[in-house]
Write a protein that binds this ligand. Structure first.
Ligand SMILES: Nc1ncnc2c1ncn2[C@@H]1O[C@H](COP(=O)(O)OP(=O)(O)OP(=O)(O)O)[C@@H](O)[C@H]1O
Ligand SMILES: [Mg+2]
Length: 238
């Protein structure tokens, strides 16, 4: 799947996310004030808390949708993937289900990558969040950073010598059935029952990775799913 961008759509999405977030922060502010009222009965307070939660979820949704809109330029910088993963570890851990564990494999031999830090961060978090949500109780989620040599199939770099790097996130959950491996990238596609599952994680991850010149590959069977972000260490889009 390839995500197409048009300047008009990007502008519209960015503008919408910005305006909606302004409105939602007003909601938050006023709800906070109302909820400070000590005279409120429990039922009213609970109702206000639900509205506040809804406003928070809407705000997160707008942020994620907004991150899909192409910014005027990416900020390319050299990133040490091991440090990057180490810094994000607390966020990864916060997604883990009870008794599940996280393993990070990254050696100093992994070359640095040139990428947009914020894009890489959001894409990685979305993939890890999915793996943690799919992981069975007590399961292990693994994140592995590696240099890809030889160049992965379909990513010929004949015209330009590029080192490809990968971040692979593995879990031992139920897997993605073969007939859904393309569909899961579609906006708003979700199989999750949980409230607030918008079906945006993979769409966002794919959009951001593609913008950095990379691809997302899924290799899944029941009990073993590996989602791989493949990125050129120096992108043609720089
Ligand atoms: N590691 C995984 N194991 C099993 N299924 C997965 C995995 N990652 C993604 N999926 C499937 O892909 C679907 C789409 O994922 P995506 O991240 O886009 O949305 P979501 O996780 O359902 O919702 P959101 O990310 O908005 O909370 C999921 O609903 C699930 O069916
Ligand atoms: Mg998700």
């Amino acid at each position: 799947m390839h995500i197409e961008h048009s300047e008009f759509q990007d502008q519209l999405l960015r503008g919408l996310a910005h305006k909606m977030n302004n409105i939602l922060s007003l909601f938050h502010g006023y709800l906070g004030l109302l909820m400070d009222d000590k005279q409120l009965d429990a039922a009213t307070l609970a109702g206000l808390a639900r509205i506040k939660e809804g406003a928070g979820a809407a705000s997160e949704l707008m942020d994620r949708a907004g991150s899909l809109a192409r910014p005027s330029s990416l900020i390319w910088r050299e990133i040490n993937l091991c440090d990057f993963l180490r810094c994000l570890k607390p966020s990864f851990t916060s997604y883990l289900r009870q008794k599940s564990t996280l393993e990070i494999n990254c050696s100093d031999e992994v070359p640095h990558i040139w990428a947009d830090m914020s894009h890489l961060r959001v894409a990685t978090l979305e993939i890890v969040r999915n793996a943690c949500e799919a992981s069975p109780k007590g399961g292990v989620v693994t994140i592995t950073a590696a240099a890809e040599s030889p160049v992965p199939l379909g990513l010929s770099s004949a015209a330009q010598p590029i080192t490809w790097l990968s971040l692979t996130v593995t879990d031992h959950g139920p897997g993605i059935p073969p007939h859904l491996t393309e569909k899961v990238f579609s906006p708003f596609f979700t199989t999750k029952q949980k409230q607030n599952a918008a079906g945006l994680g993979l769409t966002v991850a794919l959009g951001l990775v593609q913008r950095m010149g990379g691809v997302v590959r899924i290799d899944s069977q029941p009990g073993h799913t590996a989602v791989r972000l493949l990125l050129p260490s120096r992108s043609e889009t720089m």
